[in-house]
Design a binder for this molecule. Sequence first.
Ligand code: AZC
Length: 753
Amino acid sequence: MKIDLEARSQEKFGRPLAELDDTTICTMLEDIVREHAATMPLNEGKRRLYYLSAEFLIGRLLTNNLIELGVYDDVKAQLAAAGHDLGAVEEREVEPSLGNGGLGRLAACFLDSIATLGLPGDGVGLNYHYGLFHQRFVDLQQAAEPDGWLDRQDWLVKDEKAYTVEFGGFTVKSRLYDIDVLGYGRTTKNRLRLFDLESVDDSLVPVNSIDFDKGELAKNLTLFLYPDDSDDAGRLLRVYQEYFMVSNAAQLILDEAVERGSNLHDLPDYAVVQINDTHPSMVIPELVRLLVDVHGFEFDEAVSVVRRMVAYTNHTILAEALEKWPLESLKTVAPRIAEIVVKLDELERAENGSNDAVAIVRDGVVHMAHMAIHYGFSINGVAALHTKILEDTELHPFYELYPEKFSNKTNGITFRRWIMDANPALSGVLDDVLGTDWRTSCDLSGLLAFKDDDAVLARLDDAKSEAKAGMREFLWETQGVRIPEDAIIDVQVKRIHEYKRQQMLALYIIWKYLDIKNGNIPARPLTIIFGGKAAPAYTIAQDIIHLILLLSRWIAADPVVSPHLQVVMIENYNVSAAERVIPAADISEQISLASKEASGTSNMKFMLNGAVTLCTLDGANVEIADLVGDENIYTFGTSSKEVERLYAEHAYDAHAHYLRPGVKLLVDFIANPAFLALGNAERLHRLHDDMAWKDWFMALLDIEEYIQKKEQVLADYENRDAWRKKSLVNIAKAGAFSSDRTIRQYNEDIWHL
Ligand code: AZC
């Protein structure tokens, strides 16, 4: 592809490139890329993958697409010659708001790898107009506002395909929008296909509030991602969304298979469906419905076709995330689907001897994961430990029934975004040291040979400094905070959840604050950075945000402590913020309660960018630890086996842990009089009491060992040579976590594209 920006500027605007502003240039570049992508043919193959997901956290696309097309450096140079900075232009792009966290970002990394490997496979989801809420901090608390990203984006292209979806009592028409998905160095593409309502009405959304009229389903279904599901109306809305998504997806799948020559009896030769957690699992009864009601199949044959084409990924063992819908809700939303689900349940009971533990419908409740396991041909977990827990405990009865269906697919991250795009300085060093092959192979192991090479270690260090400078600028411009130049950067960025234990890091901060007050002055400043949103209905998570914001303000105002300790909570943390912060990190905080974090993916991004991990042996941390070896990672905490035992035997006594003197001091600090006066007393009391009496995710069990380990990390950081080596080893071993590897495994074991 050749781009001539000067000519384009003259042709479009009748003005030289030098005179255009950044926003105009951004749109112009997006147009150029989009128009070029429109001419690229799709990846072909008899069998096509449909990756169904309620979320695709794709991030900004311009830089990524310029990299995929191999024109990034050229565009940058042309802009520079006209006095423009591509970095500033990139900032004008609005980030799409189509995902919550890990599961959505994983889907985005997967699309990138599927396209890069040249496999025929599209993402299918929903076009949420306001996506996930925009987070603001008001009075040291999270406020949720609508994120009107759709008004200002330039990538969606209307597709001519449109379907009808029948709900109980009313029918809607859909509209399909596509975003082209390019692969690195490829001349062919895939698509992200986002369904919307034809009758959607944006005016239902009030300015500055995410509360809206839940009554008018034909107008509001695609307005928000996961509407607050804490009440019945919200929960029901989500079932409507899911059915809307899968009905459209199933119709699209059949349509395209027929276009490519399928007679539908051979559908599994033409299509394979990966369902990303249970949200799209109703695609199973919906495919059955279409085959029986529209295409005249016998029920049994329809089921046998669907069984050979659907695979399911589980992303969590948290009970509240494993979807269960009242059968009555399904009857309201889609009566025919409820009927088919009941028949699928009866068939399963007939086949497996009616075992309630694995039933699809039990006591009037539909277990979506059970349906996906019985009628899918594959089920996978997302890290070795997680899959083992599924097999041995959480889904054990299913594993006994179908051991051959189970497999592990450890998550991965795309190197295009998480190093080439996010960390040009480090990418440049790797090019010089290793040659550019790593950009396609994702193999960085050659770096190990330079473990004792001072020049290479120094260059890696320079790249880290450059990334830190970029982050400092970003935090100053977007958050108004200044970070000391020589600070150790310690980062925990992810959704706010008790199991991820941001509250444990908050307790460390309290400990450190008191330690500095006691005269123990650290060797250099420590900046602890948080980022993440809390579900609006998740009260304790909001309380944790409040505590962090309060600590941040409190410490900043303390003249004794503030030169040594700083707490930053990034407002509205998203993919763009991640791209600035992760490359700059020294310490990667992965401190979930062992057994609870299915995999984690930020752990992989930090490692790739040379941070050293401080972690529990949970999710993919276990695999990172195995790869880098003891001297290059810091692990602590109660083992996953022991945690499971404590839960099973109800043997964890939070209050006993609270009463230990060193611990009580820290927890009580949350509700100290000065905090109560400065902050929200209700929130602080609630959080304090929750930790002192319940502490469901056992932060108090691990806190002392955590503090000890963290202090060791900080001390070791001062041995600069040893630390640089640790950092190098982490980068060198990160190739194992390329999502290209993950996708190859999905393809070899499950999809067979
Ligand atoms: C997340 C898991 O919590 C995380 O550990 C994992 O890395 C990620 O999926 C990708 O597999 N799960 C979710 O985001 N789950 C939901 C329901 O949002």
